[in-house]
Design a protein around this ligand. Structure first.
Ligand code: SF4
Length: 352
């Protein structure tokens, strides 16, 4: 066992004794736990919902249905209506099913994580939270806040989601046998108020001394999974020039870069290996490529220079001749502006 297994819970609980958030479903630090009904109701409401949003709903539910038996006896429609606005309505249906399962047990919640897990709609997190907070069981409570704090305390470098296993092992190591409920709530509070996702306040942190991430850049942890590589597409754009002008087209109104002025291209779905024919018969020479990242794919655009003479075949209604010395004013999107710069740079090189 790590030395931090002793130092972390003691330092955190001392901090919690003075800094605990005051929340309507909680008991103050070191005092007897709140009723299981309050703990369970708040934990279900807090799933995917902020503390600020839950507050008024928690008060409304408790005023209308003060016990789990009252809630179990409620009309489904009344409960759904009272839940309106909190979102994730499956939670309200599970809430009722669970209340009725507890009512079938005489209105008494089971006291262990394992038994709580058997109730309808109680996932691993909620069962652990209720077991720890309402019954003082040494359950391992890991929500997103706790996950972040533990990943930083131990500088766990394995990216999520695989890193969750190591996070859980470490969380288990530092969870004390005594005051397990206060410890769980203290970790949640530390994550919500000090060890925040951005700009963690390490100078105010009671765990700064044992924290491994503090000196390595706390925001690097937990390590996020690498983003999936974007698909690569290839295409060709065509540079057709005459007497100090270049042929530009208007892109179709819908689709990528819709309605914008651009170089003619092949639609970017071809392989773009530099051997294709452009919009005119004649000689085409590859002149390098530009790369551009769009939101959903990366594009490798091969620029092809035309050196034939068959310009009359360009239909006037499909494009326009644009003066090269005013190319900046054409409003070309970045991709085609890059391609134009490439073409013009080559001409300068040739002219030198
Ligand atoms: Fe989080 Fe900083 Fe505290 Fe480490 S020292 S637990 S990174 S707030």
């Amino acid at each position: 066992m790590d030395a931090s297994a002793d130092t972390i819970p003691a330092a955190l609980l001392a901090w919690y004794d003075t800094q605990a958030r005051t929340l309507p479903w909680r008991s103050p630090p070191g005092t007897p736990p709140p009723e299981p009904y309050r703990v369970w109701l708040s934990e279900v409401m807090l799933q995917q919902t902020t503390v600020a949003a839950v507050g008024p709903y928690f008060a409304k539910f408790l005023a209308r249905w003060p016990t789990v038996l009252d809630l179990a006896a409620a009309d489904d429609a009344d409960v759904m209506a009272a839940w309106a606005g909190l979102g994730y309505y499956a939670r309200a249906r599970n809430l009722l099913a669970c209340a009725r399962a507890v009512a079938a047990r005489g209105g008494v919640f089971p006291e262990t994580e394992g038994e709580l897990r058997q109730l309808p709609g109680l996932g691993a997190y909620t069962a652990a939270a209720v077991a720890a907070i309402a019954f003082g069981e040494r359950a391992i409570v890991v929500d997103a806040n706790v996950e972040r704090v533990v990943a930083r305390l131990f500088a766990i470098g394995e990216p999520l989601p695989a890193g969750r296993k190591a996070i859980r092992v470490r969380a288990e190591e530092i969870t004390p046998a005594a005051r397990a409920g206060d410890f769980a709530q203290a970790m949640m509070d530390l994550g919500a108020t000090v060890c925040t996702t951005r700009n963690p306040r390490c100078l105010l942190c009671p765990l700064a001394e044992p924290c491994a991430a503090r000196r390595q850049g706390a925001e690097r942890f937990p390590v996020k999974p690498a983003k999936a590589a974007k698909p690569q597409r290839r295409g060709q754009a065509y540079w057709i020039e005459r007497a100090g002008q270049v042929w530009l087209v208007q892109r179709p109104g819908t689709g990528m870069l819709g309605g914008m002025r651009a170089l003619p291209d092949d639609g970017w779905s071809a392989r773009g290996d530099g051997s294709g024919q452009g919009p005119l018969a004649g000689h085409w020479a590859p002149a390098g490529a530009v790369r551009h990242g769009f939101t959903h794919f990366d594009l490798d655009l091969q620029l092809m220079l035309y050196s034939g003479g068959d310009l009359d075949r360009l239909a006037a209604d499909s494009g326009e001749w644009w003066p090269l010395d005013r190319i900046e004013e054409a409003g070309l999107p970045t991709l085609f502006a890059k391609a134009a710069r490439l073409a013009l740079a080559q001409q300068e090189d040739l002219g030198e």
